[in-house]
Design a protein around this ligand. Structure first.
Ligand SMILES: [Ca+2]
Ligand SMILES: [Ca+2]
Length: 606
């Protein structure tokens, strides 16, 4: 009994000592923890689609010199790093995702010197550069495939070849993502080659160790050149079933097309993970030399369970950032506060300890935020993405609230995924609307290219006279300024590594707190309703007495600096997201634990 009492007293005294640390000491502790974060952790990564960012030579297609010219925009925005969709030599059947030489730059984007210059300037400006690595396939114009066609050297086995079915036709029923059979028989040959994407993108054979070695060498080539990491494309398509079994139709009466096949034999095979873990080892060899992390991001559209495995399997490490597409795939404008909470919690709970979360709201394959969620929710979702724990990924133009250009005709369509279909259905498949030129200003072609250029590779969105960077820089309130402020806000310790606790508030309102002892803490409230709501902030945390508006989504009812005196009665406008500064509740909670301990000690004594 006496022993228990002394132990309790010791614990209580210890807790008091921690709680009693002067604010200055506590600040130092917090700052040290923030400095211990690696350069990429809690960062903002900006995806550039190089054809569409800035054209420097008037041919209507964006290029590397254009990106270099506009890097200051990324500094203004405050991003940590930029990832470029592929700029390698390519016949552009899939706009650079069909690579004919992994070690050179396509002339449409410039020269290797242009790339070196871009990387050098980015380094000077403190921006990391991530390149796109497309491992699943090469272009059919790659030297390896040309030699494979001719049965030269060892190259035939660099790709996946099969004889046709005994009764004629393709080796099995596999379909390509681009709506053709996944097999093509070259003229004059008896065998077919596999292509999970376009027929101009033959799949590499990773069961051949030579292919693995060649690709690891390619990774080293670029890391030696000083790039800061790779985003790895379609990684879950890399391996296929060695027995080449037919895939089952999801709807047995439905059409034989990629969407209607259960991809048991062409996607998410366990071998894909081992390959990523091997590449991570290569990345880490570089880190071992200079203690600078080379970042690995992976792209795989798959289940949550499969996605989490990209982080590693417990014994081996994988990607630092396995892209989290939940906000693209699992949420929509119809989603309710409970859906948001579920999708966010699922990721945070599934993630291995010590890993960083990441949130992707858009990319070059999916409709833009304003088009997918509606214009009214675009800035609301930006506030949400930027105030969650972990990394935020921003697709170029989202910082302006750019929208899908749905006016592109079938004749103007460039994307093979849609051009392979027909005028009646192409809109369902086309990714062109999300790839239109960046809207710099209100001049001809939105300032993307020279005013004397005959045209741009995709038509500029007609709204560019209103929606453009120059206008948003001079407006008192704009999407661009909101992104700027959000990225600044993320540097607050509570957002970088504070605790995250979320709740569904009454009537479809999503709320959460970001708290950190000894630091300014925050509450974020997101109204998903098309009408005003009355919110009780004390539902989020009973210690909130007063709060002050730090930041809001665009055109919100509350304004920055507004003081809330009645925390149980806060009115939010339709679709408003509001970030509140709240009293540092964490220390209050710490104190209340100590008070409870003292109470129990007193109870034991008397
Ligand atoms: Ca150009
Ligand atoms: Ca493959």
């Amino acid at each position: 009994m006496r022993f228990a009492v002394s132990a309790l007293l010791l614990v209580a005294v210890g807790l008091l000592a921690v709680a009693g640390k002067s604010p200055a000491v506590r600040k130092q502790v917090v700052a040290a923890r923030a400095e211990a974060m690696d350069w990429w952790e809690a960062g903002v990564f900006y995806q550039i689609y190089p054809r569409s960012f800035k054209d420097s030579n008037g041919d209507g297609v964006g290029d590397l010199a254009g990106i270099t010219e506009k890097l200051e925009h990324l500094v203004d925005l405050g991003v940590t790093g930029v990832w470029l969709s592929p700029v390698f030599k390519s016949p552009m059947a899939d706009f650079g995702y069909d690579i004919s030489d992994f070690r050179s730059v396509d002339p449409i984007f410039g020269t290797m010197q242009d790339l070196d210059r871009m990387v050098e300037k980015a380094k000077q400006l403190g921006i990391k550069v991530i390149l796109d690595f497309v491992p699943n396939h090469t272009s059919d114009e790659h030297e390896w495939f040309q030699k494979a066609l001719l049965n030269e050297g060892d190259y035939r086995d660099y790709y996946v070849w099969r004889n046709g079915a005994p009764n004629g036709g393709t080796p099995n029923n596999w379909q390509s993502v681009f709506h053709t059979p996944a097999w093509t028989q070259p003229a004059g040959q008896t065998q077919y080659y596999l292509h999970q994407f376009d027929k101009k993108q033959p799949d590499l054979n990773y069961r051949n160790p030579k292919v693995q070695q060649e690709m690891a060498e390619m990774v080293k080539f670029w890391l030696d050149k000083g790039i800061d990491g790779f985003r790895i494309d379609a990684i879950n398509h890399v391996y296929e079933d060695p027995e080449f079994r037919d895939e089952e139709l999801i709807d047995p009466k439905g059409e034989l097309m990629w969407e209607n096949l259960d991809h048991k034999y062409t996607k998410d095979l366990p071998e894909c993970y081992d390959l990523i873990y091997d590449w991570r080892d290569v990345f880490d060899q570089y880190k071992a030399r200079d203690n600078v992390t080379r970042l690995m991001m992976t792209e795989a559209y798959t289940s949550l369970e499969n996605t989490i495995l990209w982080y590693g399997n417990g014994n081996r490490k994988g990607a630092h950032v396995p892209f989290n597409f939940a906000m693209i795939n699992s949420l929509s404008k119809e989603s309710r506060a409970t859906d948001f909470k579920r999708v966010i919690d699922e990721w945070l709970n599934a993630m291995p300890a010590g890993a960083q979360a990441n949130w992707v709201l858009g990319n070059h394959d999916r409709p833009r935020i304003a088009s997918r969620y509606g214009r009214d929710l675009a800035s609301t979702l930006a506030v949400l993405e930027m105030t969650l724990p972990g990394i935020a990924v921003v697709y170029y133009g989202e910082e302006l609230g750019m929208e899908d250009n749905r006016d592109i005709t079938f004749e103007e369509t460039q994307d093979p995924q849609a051009a392979n279909t027909n005028p009646d259905v192409y809109q369902e498949f086309t990714r062109d609307p999300v790839r239109t030129p960046f809207q710099w200003d209100s001049s001809a072609y939105a300032g993307f290219t020279s005013s004397s250029a005959p045209k741009t590779w995709l038509p500029v969105h007609p709204n560019y006279r209103e929606v453009n960077l120059a206008a948003q820089k001079s407006a008192p309130e704009s999407m661009f300024k909101l992104y700027q402020n959000l990225i600044k806000l993320r540097k607050e310790h509570a957002f970088m590594h504070g605790k995250f606790e979320s709740k569904v508030l009454l009537n479809n309102v999503f709320g959460y707190t970001r708290t950190l002892e000894g630091e300014q803490s925050y509450a974020v409230v997101v109204n998903l309703n098309d009408n005003d709501v009355n919110v009780n902030l004390q539902e989020l945390h009973e210690d909130i007495d007063t709060a002050k508006v730090r930041l809001t989504s665009l055109a919100a009812r509350m304004k920055q600096g507004d003081e809330v005196t009645e925390a149980f009665h806060v009115v939010l406008g339709r679709y408003d997201a509001v970030v509140f500064e709240i009293a540092s509740s964490a220390s209050k909670i710490g104190m209340s634990v100590i008070v409870m301990l003292f109470a129990s000690i007193l109870r034991t004594l008397f």
